[in-house]
Design a protein around this ligand. Structure first.
Ligand SMILES: Nc1nc2c(ncn2[C@@H]2O[C@H](COP(=O)(O)OP(=O)(O)OP(=O)(O)O)[C@@H](O)[C@H]2O)c(=O)[nH]1
Ligand SMILES: [Mg+2]
Length: 449
């Protein structure tokens, strides 16, 4: 069987629009001959060459710029890569791409450069995803965590875990070859200890990965409570600007309002809702219906209580109707009641003033804690829901392995469960993978990456 011929791809790598500089990237066996033809530069590896880009048809000048050449395999994609850095004008850049296509290159699909990097072993799948996450990171913390994943912090944790897993499985399989010793062997506590250590390590990996997913996706927080409790005031405090209308009229907010807030790197989607009460006004009724619909979707519910009225029977009714999900009870208006702000949440409750902002920093800290983001978590890495799913699958397999070993004394079954756990883990790094997964991941990239 012959390998399919690898073609040369090209695309504008910089963002659409006008800028000082724009970059077109070429990758593949013809990258170098194509740029030689268009610029008459014979590029030295990793050197900046000042060059004139000419149209092939009539030799007229298209642009002046810089040619950079990175020979494979030590390049981003692992293939010969050329970068043309011209002026950041989309018309000129598009024309440069057209000239390259005329010269034999093909337009790259979204994410194709990074896909080639993955296929050529320059990075694993989790690292390739981190490239997209780094580009999209909305905070310095998320960018830092994505960079760590890109350099392999997350992947190395996975690989180390898989090594231990394989080691244990080989050990069990070796024993299965000596049936007369199998029973003794399977009841060996060292074996169970090793399996327990693996499960503890996986639990830790799961919680850190959950943290990485939070950094990437954030958390939905819905604020509910009686009219006039100060929900909109709290949204404005969290957003740091006046996003919602605040008045002393009960029933001011009748629609669902959203604000994207960044809490020390945690992307928080804050949702303000209509005050919950019995109302004859059809607009308000609809607002309240929507408030409850948001409660269903949220990761966390914040029940805001007006401190000047205290906990009312209506608040109890709201509490009784809340679905089973994380809840934070916040007592507002301490500037009026004269209470001190909480120094920390006690039993899922805290006191603050949405008007003065007193105690809001404690709320922020609490929100980060609930999201699983610790103040100084070392080595944060970014992760995706897909990774969490795979880890949870691996966790189930390890539970099965443990059951097989301890309750059933069935080495064969235990080894099989460990093999399945390994497979789940390797889906993360892409060592074990399906083609449609690759299409899904790289298809969501931007062109030129
Ligand atoms: N003194 C004081 N007043 C507050 C505080 N929080 C809100 N208020 C006032 O309470 C009134 C209602 O505040 P909103 O933020 O509109 O309350 P809400 O819960 O959004 O009300 P609805 O939209 O009607 O459900 C306004 O007059 C606010 O200025 C607070 O912490 N201290
Ligand atoms: Mg309001």
């Amino acid at each position: 069987m012959t390998e399919p011929a690898i073609d040369t791809i090209c695309a504008v790598a910089t963002a659409a629009g006008r800028a000082g500089v724009g970059v077109v990237r070429l990758s593949g066996p013809d990258a170098r001959p194509i740029i030689e033809r268009l610029t008459s530069v014979d590029p030295r590896p990793r050197h900046a060459h000042y060059a004139t880009f000419r149209r092939a048809a009539d030799g007229s000048v298209l642009d002046d710029g810089i040619v950079l050449y990175f020979p494979g395999p030590h390049s981003y994609t692992g293939e010969d890569v050329v970068e043309w850095q011209g002026h950041g004008n989309p018309v000129l850049l598009d024309e440069a791409v057209r000239e390259m296509i005329q010269a034999g290159a093909r337009m790259a699909r979204p994410g194709e450069f990074t896909e080639r990097a993955f296929l050529n072993g320059r990075m694993d799948l989790a690292q390739a995803e981190a490239v997209a996450d780094l580009i999209e990171a909305g905070s310095a913390q998320a960018a830092n965590a994505a960079r760590r994943s890109l350099t392999g912090v997350f992947s190395r944790r996975i690989d180390a875990f898989v090594d231990n897993l394989v080691h244990l499985r080989m050990y069990i399989e070796a024993a299965l070859d000596f049936p007369e010793e199998e029973i003794d062997f399977l009841s060996d506590t060292r074996l169970r200890d090793q399996l327990d250590a693996l499960r503890a390590d996986l639990a830790d990996l799961l919680s850190r990965t959950g943290e990485g997913v939070r950094l990437r996706e954030g958390m939905q927080l819905v604020i509910v409570g009686q009219p006039n409790a100060g929900k909109s005031s709290l949204l404005n405090q969290l957003a740091g600007e006046s996003r919602a209308i605040v008045t002393e009229i009960a029933g001011t907010t009748r629609d669902v309002l959203r604000a994207e807030v960044n809490i020390d790197g945690l992307p928080l989607h804050v949702i303000d809702t209509a005050g919950l009460r019995d109302s004859d006004d059809p607009i308000e009724q609809e607002g309240i219906r929507r408030a409850w619909a948001e409660v269903e979707q949220a990761d966390l519910v914040l029940l805001l209580i007006d401190g000047t009225r205290g906990h009312t029977p209506e608040d109890d009714r709201t509490l009784a109707r809340l679905p089973d999900k994380p809840l934070l009870t916040v007592v507002n208006k301490i500037d009026l009641t004269g209470e001190a702000p909480s120094e920390a949440a006690e039993d899922g409750a805290l006191r603050l003033s949405a008007r003065t902002g007193d105690g809001v920093d404690v709320l922020r800290r609490e929100l980060r804690r609930i999201a699983g983001l610790t103040d100084r978590s070392e080595d944060p890495f970014i992760a995706r829901r897909r990774h969490l799913d795979a880890l949870e699958q691996a966790q189930r397999s390890l539970d099965e392995a443990s059951h097989a070993l301890v309750a059933l004394g069935a080495g064969e079954l235990a080894a099989e469960s460990l093999r399945q756990a390994q497979e789940s883990m390797e889906i993360i790094t892409g060592r074990f993978t399906a083609d449609d997964l690759l299409g899904e991941i790289f298809g969501s990239f931007c062109i030129g990456k």
